[in-house]
Write a protein that binds this ligand. Structure first.
Ligand SMILES: NC(=O)c1ccc[n+]([C@@H]2O[C@H](COP(=O)([O-])OP(=O)(O)OC[C@H]3O[C@@H](n4cnc5c(N)ncnc54)[C@H](O)[C@@H]3O)[C@@H](O)[C@H]2O)c1
Length: 429
């Protein structure tokens, strides 16, 4: 298409990152925002005034979808992306979805079919694939500098206890309180799959029962691990969520035939590489901060180490027909490869840690067995296939825990108002 792409954003908490970027974009124009929480719409109104933008604001998705827009960024609840993505694709819009791709295997299948049926662009906003380090790892792997992958590790450890009131609002049924331990797996798995182009073949899940997050209202396990066999036989260990560590940990390691690339454990913008030379077990070690290829000032203004910039940028450029951008976008099949191991890992956890095959949804012959697979911990989605996120089946978390979270959230909002600061903790997971 020609001209600027008209973009709407659904969900304005984490979505505010995209809203701000779109308000300054040359390729896209922000035309609409939808969020049922009015204070967020007020913030958008103020931003539109400041930037001189004509922006439509909606509380209801049914009104939002009627609006004149070419594309939509989904930054609504992490377990509700698929039904909205399908509605939007079928209405002729391109879609960029925040993490996670889908909540169940059946949803994953329906999403792939909707993208195929409509021919619209679907792009997955797994921003951790676009750090300076993970971008460099992808570039170097694709160039063949390190040879074939043998083993990889991906880690996303984030103790969210201090911001839990601000990101769950005291709601018992908030997805963060009801998700399964292996749900939020794409920050740790995604960059490895994106760097190598490999697919997951089989997965085993292991979790640690919730240790300290339960007092704040979280039902699921504390952290989870996926042990994955990739299609070339390489092994991948993915670990994510709540353990005590500051600053939070984002870490990737790729052991290959000729050497290793790994991010620094305490400075996540630094990369270490080792490549073996002529002599066995001797080679070159390097330690450096890779530079981004695009304008530094744009990237630095974005969150998550600059990675937030690239998801929106490549999405819009792909819509405009930029083939380079298309190569840098994560399509629906790769998005499913990043997400479905987490769903199946929880099946594994519920079944004594047995392995499960990870289907390749590109292959139509493997799809049918997942058509009615609604296994998950979200009651409205799972129906009679519901399983509790609490594998220890402890007594229900008392209402008082959620009431305390709500009160703390309100106090934090009040404090932020007085200090004229932004309380929104949406840089969280
Ligand atoms: N990639 C990252 O680094 C990153 C960081 C934070 C959040 N996220 C993702 O962003 C998404 C949103 O998370 P969040 O932190 O903003 O918290 P959230 O899920 O609590 O917020 C979602 C927002 O969408 C709005 N919303 C949801 N359903 C709606 C509906 N039907 N109608 C109108 N408004 C609706 C809510 O009012 C809320 O403001 C999730 O998918 C999360 O996984 C990603």
């Amino acid at each position: 298409m020609s001209g600027r792409v008209k973009v709407g954003v659904f969900g304005a908490a984490r979505g505010m990152t995209m809203i701000k970027q779109l308000a300054n974009s040359q390729d896209g124009v922000l035309v609409a925002v939808c969020d049922k929480y009015k204070p967020l719409l007020d913030k958008c109104r103020a931003l539109a005034e400041e930037k001189g933008l004509k922006l439509e604001l909606f509380e209801d998705f049914e009104d939002f979808i009627q609006c004149d827009m070419d594309a939509v960024v989904l930054a609504n609840y992490a377990n509700e992306h698929v039904p909205f993505a399908i509605r939007l694709l079928e209405s002729g819009r391109h879609v960029m979805s925040e993490v996670l791709t889908c909540a169940t295997m059946a949803e994953g299948l329906r999403l792939a079919e909707a993208v195929e049926r409509t021919g619209k662009i679907y792009c997955y906003a797994e921003n951790y694939c676009y750090f300076n380090t993970t971008t460099e790892m992808r570039k170097r792997y694709m160039k063949g500098d390190f040879g074939e992958l043998l083993h990889a590790e991906g880690e996303y450890i984030h103790d969210c206890s201090s911001i839990w009131p601000d990101i769950t609002y005291g709601e018992r049924n908030h997805w963060r309180n009801q998700c399964y331990s292996s749900f939020y797996c794409t920050h740790s798995i995604g960059p490895i799959l994106f760097s190598t182009g490999l697919r997951p073949k089989r997965v085993i899940g292991i979790e640690n029962p919730n240790t300290y997050m339960r007092q704040y209202g979280m039902n699921g396990g504390g952290h989870a691990m996926e042990i994955i066999e990739l299609e070339n036989g390489a092994t991948l260990k993915s670990i994510h969520f709540s353990l005590k560590r500051e600053p939070f940990s984002v870490n990737y390691e790729m052991y290959c035939e000729k050497g290793v690339m790994e991010t620094d454990r305490w400075d996540f913008q630094k990369l270490h590489t080792y490549i073996e030379g002529e002599e066995l077990c001797k080679g070159e070690h390097l330690e450096f901060k890779p530079e981004f290829d695009v304008a530094k000032e744009l990237v630095e203004a974005a969150g998550h180490g600059g990675s937030d910039f690239f998801t929106v940028y490549y999405f819009i450029r792909q819509i405009l027909g930029d083939e380079e951008a298309k190569k840098n976008c994560i399509d629906v099949y790769q998005a499913l490869d990043m997400c479905t191991p987490g769903i199946l890992a929880f099946k594994s956890i519920c079944n004594g840690n047995v392995p499960f095959d990870v289907p390749d949804f590109r292959d139509k012959t493997v799809r049918e067995q997942y058509r009615n697979d609604n296994f998950c911990t979200f009651k409205e989605i799972a129906g009679d296939q519901w399983v509790s996120p609490d594998r220890l089946n402890r007594p229900e978390i008392p209402d008082s825990a959620y009431q305390a979270m709500y009160r703390q959230w309100q106090e934090n909002l009040e404090k932020a108002k007085k200090e004229n600061s932004d309380n929104n903790a949406n840089v969280a997971f």
